[in-house]
Design a protein around this ligand. Structure first.
Ligand code: MIC
Ligand code: SF4
Length: 647
């Protein structure tokens, strides 16, 4: 029987288990990378495990999120990360070198690899024909300790592409927005999307990466393209032809599902506020005034995207009421557009050039004003993520964004008569790795420098046999980790300081949450209730550590997003699922619940009886935990577990 690409990569990395849907498998990992906002925790955890050096995978530590440096906290984190990388044997990508996913694609990603990254958009590298998965910092730290990565074998869905994009206005962004329109933000949970079909050759590596990047918004485990001639071209241009190998699905490969997309049928699309799956054709909503346009992020910041944007802006002026921000994805892209004149076209048209970092995407500057409309070539438009709950964020391809910056309103770019330069992929990229520091042969003597905002990682006690706790908050479907643990310039600097950041849990939804949780902690702790797909979005493990610090014992939901569920377990919080989802309606905020016999339920049938003491009602919940998950919960989380193992 023919094999698909996922099976081929998993098989060549299999340490334990059987490659059957739903079975737990352990995989060898080729690369682990961290970014600063999640990486400080990952490296603190690596250190707390008592490890001396990265063992096994190539490790890269990037700095791209926390770049505002409005006080000592961000630069202190940068120095901590640089000294930790030198000490433990990782590459270090200096602030300014670019957004982790774009730089990784350019300088490290290789077909056939398995990589883990402490960021939900790690699947960007799937554009290179590899399996790249977003994880929490603790999972990254254990992989850097040389342990295999454990995952339930996902379903593999083939996305069969036919036809050719109607360029220039239909782009790779349309492919993924179309998938989001059809499948929604829950449509990819437990799945890997493998791209195939004759349309694949129409897309180059960075276009493929736009698609795999936003596969994260489908909730997918990851997405992967074949490695072919176009992959070889990209690697040659990066001076890395030796990293190329061909990777295709066999004739007759089997899949758990098939989705067909005819590229020729796609026209410019946009995701309306406040969810990436709220997708419509741009022409159906044209006319609305646009106040801000942001172009770049890890989704659409390639050299090709920047060239196209510059050619639209060349010789023109953006609308008077528009503020246009551009963040190119990497130093490489930045240097290339500086040399070919694209940068001056942007500046001349009125663009505000930002550094090669995440910037406005994560609310680190560039917030829109009250009631304003911001159109972004980014990947997430959750309410408040841009730094302003009262703004409306639309997502669109970078060319459409540039057109809207000129016109000052939402317009169908196909009707503007504007022209875009044709793009052909460069034979050679401008490779200048002077902001990428190679690991030292022996970093043993390097002192790890920690500023005053960098605090120890807190530990949790083993899960209690009786949980008696108050329901502190009851939420709907698709709660994001941005809802649980907001980011932005005020909060993000506290990523290395759990006591301080925990004050902001659910801050944008319920500002009194932290205070109430602290009170409840004195009487047994708190419980969070959520609907379907609880914890979608970012990989930030702070959405688990900070609630853990506040005494949260369990989250009861209708279903969980993968990374967040793993983070909850890693930090000793029980992820419980309603046996009968209707039971959620019978419980209110403030009710006290008692769950008894937790330890034995965990070990035997994983069914738990919940007694709503306040209302005198009973209902059941269950977990679906692997052997390892159970051990972790009984040990008080992964860090306590690994510490015990290594001592
Ligand atoms: C995001 O896009 O939400 C982030 C910020 O990159 C996060 C990581 C983080 O919260 O630090 C992600 O996608 O995982
Ligand atoms: Fe950075 Fe935004 Fe990409 Fe997250 S989605 S890595 S914040 S650019």
């Amino acid at each position: 029987m023919g094999k698909n690409i996922v099976q081929k990569i998993f098989e060549s990395h299999l340490v334990k288990g059987e490659l059957k849907k739903g079975e737990t498998v352990s995989l060898r990992v080729d690369e682990v990378y961290t970014q600063d906002a999640t990486g400080t925790m990952a490296w603190l955890q690596f250190e707390a495990m008592g490890l001396k050096r990265v063992k096994g995978p190539l490790a890269v530590s990037y700095v791209d999120h926390n770049m505002i440096q409005s006080n000592h906290m961000n630069p202190d984190d940068h120095l901590f990360l640089q000294t930790a990388a030198a000490r433990f044997g990782a590459w270090f990508s200096k602030p300014g070198n670019g957004i982790c996913h774009q730089v990784n694609l350019e300088r490290f990603a290789s077909p056939g690899w398995i990589a883990l990254g402490t960021d939900s958009h790690t699947p960007t590298n799937g554009g290179m024909g590899m399996i790249a998965i977003g994880v929490g910092g603790l999972d990254a730290a254990t992989a850097m300790a040389g342990m295999p990565f454990e995952i339930k074998m996902p379903e593999v869905v083939l996305v069969r592409l036919t036809g050719r994009l109607r360029r220039p206005w239909a782009t790779a962004m349309e492919v993924i927005l179309e998938l989001l329109r059809r499948l929604t933000v829950k449509g990819g949970v437990g799945k890997i999307f493998e791209y195939g079909g004759p349309g694949v050759s129409d897309l180059n590596v960075t276009e493929r990466a736009t698609i795999t990047n936003m596969g994260a918004e489908l909730g997918a485990t990851t997405s992967v393209f074949p490695s072919d001639e176009r992959t070889a071209h990209f690697l040659r241009a990066q001076g890395r032809e030796e990293d190329w190998s061909e990777l295709r699905a066999d004739e007759g490969a089997q899949y758990d599902g098939i989705v067909e997309i005819d590229l020729s049928s796609l026209e410019p699309l946009t995701a309306q506020p406040h969810s990436p799956d709220n997708v419509v054709r741009i022409r159906d909503i044209s006319g609305r005034k646009v106040h801000q346009v942001c172009i770049g992020s890890c989704t659409n910041s390639s050299y090709q995207a920047m060239r196209a944007v510059a050619s639209i802006l060349r010789g023109k002026k953006i609308a008077e009421h528009v503020s246009l921000h551009i963040n190119p994805g990497s130093k490489q892209v930045y240097e290339m557009i500086a040399r070919d004149g694209s940068l001056s076209d942007m500046i001349a048209a009125g663009a505000r050039m930002l550094e090669a970092s995440c910037g406005p995407c994560i609310g680190m500057g560039g917030s829109p004003g009250t009631g304003h409309v911001s159109v972004r070539s980014y990947n997430r438009n959750f309410r408040g993520r841009c730094g302003n709950k009262d703004a409306s964020v639309f997502l669109a391809n970078p060319l459409a964004c540039a057109v809207m910056a000129l016109k000052g309103k939402i317009v169908d770019p196909t009707e503007t008569g504007l022209v875009v330069d044709e793009f052909s992929e460069p034979e050679a990229a401008l490779v200048n790795d002077n902001m990428l520091l190679a690991p030292l042969d022996d970093g043993y003597g390097v002192e790890i420098i920690k500023g005053p905002n960098i605090k120890e990682v807190p530990l949790k006690e083993p899960v209690k046999d009786e949980i008696r706790a108050e329901v502190l908050i009851k939420l709907g479907d698709n709660v994001t980790t941005d809802d649980i643990m907001p980011a932005g310039s005020q909060i993000l600097p506290f990523r290395s300081n759990i006591p301080a950041i925990s004050e902001y849990v659910f801050y944008n939804i319920e500002p009194t949450f932290a205070e109430r949780a602290r009170k409840a902690k004195e009487h047994g702790g708190g419980i969070i209730m959520g609907g379907e797909n609880y914890g979608q979005g970012s990989s930030r493990e702070h959405a688990a550590i900070a609630p853990m610090y506040l005494g949260i014992q369990a989250v009861i939901a209708k279903s969980f997003a993968r990374i967040h569920r793993a983070n909850l377990i890693n930090f000793g919080i029980l992820p419980l699922i309603f046996t009968n989802p209707g039971d959620m309606d019978k419980t209110d905020e403030g009710d006290v619940l008692s769950i008894t016999g937790v330890g034995s339920s965990l070990i035997t049938n994983q069914e738990y009886r919940v007694n709503n003491i306040t209302k005198g009602l009973e209902f059941t919940v269950f977990t679906d935990l692997s052997e390892r998950d159970r051990v972790l919960l009984l040990s008080g989380g992964l860090l306590s577990f690994v510490k015990k193992q290594l001592s």
